[in-house]
Design a protein around this ligand. Structure first.
Ligand code: MV4
Length: 445
């Protein structure tokens, strides 16, 4: 096992990783920007190194500075958390060349799965249902037009390197196809330096369901069941839960096994998420793989009792998982609400500023993952997520009731947060009755 690692991230996930390290007797070195110099988790870390100003490009995304910090603190490995450098192939490659273990997948698996066209092909080869679509990248808009007519509208154009909905266009007829094709291409080129696009049949009003997996260096792979992440707004998830409340036992098992087939075919190592869309008939289709630990991992931790960050550390250190799928049980229902410093009444615009009153909820079945506290200055330089409330209860109804109770207890003043928006969703008839899809929030709020 490692004796000392560096955490190349900030906020709640940096603190979450420090905690996992200390439970495994690993020393945790954390890097920080000037904006984070007063963060209390820096005191919990075994060492803290300032790597630059608030601006991410000059600190948390600054590869030479992070590698320098790793060298001078003599760490064996780097945990990238999520966001920032977590899916940066170049960074993983540089870590390898410097003899530092990247706590993530092998570079080859990142390359393969980071390319959604290749990932699609891999899924098909593994015998997993993917959304019907193009065999590879589409060179010309005329190719897209031809395929769209063959498959029938509506279709969706996607960027091979896409993420967060960028370079993605739904198209409903021939008339709009050419312009959608070229704008998707241009957006992809600008955002990812890769203008390759492909085409799929559009799944109308799908649910978003993802399978949490973990794979070790010896080829063992297990799943930690699925999360339903349909409650999202503009590709930002708001509420996640496990299990997916509308899946029957058989489909659930098929979904999990499909995820594992893809992971094994990719020679994957690390925590990962295999994403699927669920259509109206509850048929599932593979869409992509996220090669990182995700924000919503605590949901899967609560329902299985496993610490996914600890598993990441063990697997990266080369330990075999020695974990049978049979031993991983799913119990009860977990729900997570993301608390963002945003004003729901002003179109979810960022609401940075100093927190002068902070009273977190507690009680049975409530977990809070956060780095904030009374007096903390929420910076406008970073993502607006400041806390996650996770509840775990025997049933969905109880989990919803506990979450509402916890959110009503939660005091964060004077900045605006997404707490009222989450409460509105949790009380909505369609959410309670499981009659939602990925468009639910945007249609109803
Ligand atoms: C789709 C889709 C419908 N049909 N693909 C959005 C981001 C990327 N992860 C994939 N996305 C979608 N792909 C087909 N063929 C609808 C979405 C989508 C979506 C997916 C998951 C969660 C939220 C979403 C919101 C809008 C669109």
């Amino acid at each position: 096992m490692f004796s000392r690692i560096l955490i190349a991230n900030r906020g709640e996930i940096a603190l979450r990783i420090i905690r996992a390290c200390h439970e495994l007797d690993i020393e945790a070195v954390v890097v920080y920007s000037e904006a984070d110099k007063d963060a209390p988790y820096l005191q919990l870390a075994d060492e803290a190194v300032c790597i630059g100003p608030a601006e991410s490009a000059k600190s948390y995304l600054n590869i030479p500075r992070i590698i320098s910090a790793a060298e001078i603190t003599d760490v064996e490995a780097i945990h990238p958390g999520y966001g920032f450098l977590a899916e940066n192939i170049n960074f993983a490659q540089i870590c390898r060349e410097c003899g530092i273990t990247f706590i993530g997948p092998p570079v080859e698996a990142m390359q393969l799965l980071g390319d959604k066209i290749q990932a699609r092909k891999l899924a098909v080869k593994a015998g997993v249902p993917a959304v019907p679509g193009s065999d590879g990248a589409l060179e010309k808009d005329s190719d897209a037009l031809e395929l769209a007519n063959e498959m029938g509208y509506p279709v969706i154009i996607k960027a091979a390197s896409g993420g967060g909905g960028r370079g993605m266009r739904a198209v409903h007829n021939d008339m709009n196809l050419r312009s959608a094709f070229s704008s998707a291409q241009a957006e992809a080129k600008a955002a990812f330096g890769d203008g390759r696009v492909y085409l799929e049949k559009l799944i109308v009003e799908p649910r978003h369901v993802e399978v949490q997996i973990m794979a070790d260096q010896e080829g063992n792979a297990v799943h930690f069941y699925e999360r339903d992440c349909s409650t999202q707004r503009r590709h930002q998830k708001m509420i996640e839960e496990s299990p997916c409340p509308i899946l029957d036992k058989r489909t659930r098992e098929e979904l999990a096994q499909s995820a594992l087939k893809i992971i094994k075919k990719a020679n994957y190592v690390n925590a990962g998420t295999v994403e699927f869309l669920l259509d109206k008939d509850k048929k599932f289709y593979f869409i992509e793989v996220n090669t990182r630990i995700q924000v919503e991992h605590p949901v899967s931790e609560m329902v299985t009792g496993h610490d996914l960050i600890k598993w990441q550390l063990k697997v990266a250190a080369g330990m075999p998982m020695k974990l049978s799928q049979r031993s991983i049980k799913h119990s009860g229902v977990a729900i997570e609400c993301r608390i963002n410093a945003e004003d729901p009444e002003k179109g979810f615009t960022p609401s940075p500023g100093r927190i002068t009153r902070y009273i977190p909820p507690g009680g049975p079945g409530v977990r809070i993952d956060t780095h904030v506290h009374q007096g903390w200055m929420v910076s406008s330089s970073y993502d607006s997520m400041i806390a996650k409330v996770i509840v775990h209860k025997p049933t969905r109804a109880e989990a919803i009731a506990t979450m509402k109770r916890a959110l009503r207890e939660f005091v964060i003043e004077p900045i605006k947060t997404t707490i009222p928006a989450c409460l509105d969703i949790l009380s909505h008839n369609l959410f309670v009755k499981n009659k939602i899809d990925t468009g639910f929030v945007e249609r109803n709020f």
